[in-house]
Design a protein around this ligand. Structure first.
Ligand code: 5RP
Length: 219
């Protein structure tokens, strides 16, 4: 089984979690792309989707799925998204696809975050995957120095501007022992738009794809 086949399998396994007639929050990335393709089979059975990126919006609309703005809904029962890393508590690093800000906004609307990922994303401690941070450009140097002071090496992601028009720093070398505390700390730094640490907005469950099948982790 290729990694892409595993991603497709885990994406299909998320379909039974979608409540009939509901509006669903939809994340961004290659695993979520498989989920959107699978969701098209339920098109008539859902009321629509709130999207976390321009790329996801285009794919949803391509399948004839109605897309609503985040401001049009008060609450979502479910948000489905991938992750770059997930720890044993459901804390995640996200933003490899540069969609972290809107992903966190849509996750915040949802009562339940269902992570869909292949087994390579499961780690004991977050931080081997460089932590993405969307920043206001004039603050990038100051923020990079703050990361250096806590042992991180921030690298500007070349050629990437987010859907919101901002650059991304990828921070290498952090071993994140306390994700909620680090997220709260970085959120205080002026010029940080969003840190791709999803601790407060952690996953409630994760469907983890392995060559042997799909494991369900509850957090
Ligand atoms: C995008 C994300 C994605 O969820 C993350 O990068 C995982 O992507 P993939 O499913 O392609 O491995 O956070 O900003």
């Amino acid at each position: 089984m290729t990694q892409d086949e595993i991603k497709a399998m885990v994406a299909r396994a998320a379909l039974p979690h979608v409540l009939p007639g509901s509006i669903i929050g939809v994340g961004t990335g290659s695993t979520v792309n498989h989920f959107i393709d699978a969701l098209s089979s339920l098109r008539e059975g859902i009321a629509g989707a709130v999207s976390s990126s321009n790329a996801t919006t285009a794919r949803l609309r391509g399948h004839g799925i109605r897309v609503l703005e985040a401001g049009e809904v008060e609450q979502l029962a479910l948000y489905v998204d991938g992750a770059d890393e997930i720890d044993p508590h459901g804390h995640m690093i996200k933003g490899g696809g540069a969609a972290l800000t809107r992903e966190k906004i849509v996750a915040d609307l949802a009562q339940r975050f269902l992570c869909i990922a292949d087994a390579s994303k499961k780690v004991e401690v977050l931080g081997r995957f460089p932590l993405p941070v969307e920043v206001i450009d004039v603050a990038a140097t100051r923020i990079a120095r703050r990361f250096a002071a806590i042992g991180g090496r921030a690298v500007l992601r070349k050629g990437v501007v987010t859907d919101n028009g901002h650059p991304i720093l990828d921070v290498h070398g952090l071993a994140i022992a306390d994700p909620p505390a680090l997220e709260a700390e970085i959120n205080q730094w002026p010029g940080v738009v969003t840190v791709g640490l999803f601790a407060r907005h952690r996953a409630h469950a994760c469907l983890l794809g392995t060559p042997e099948g799909v494991l369900t982790l509850q957090f």
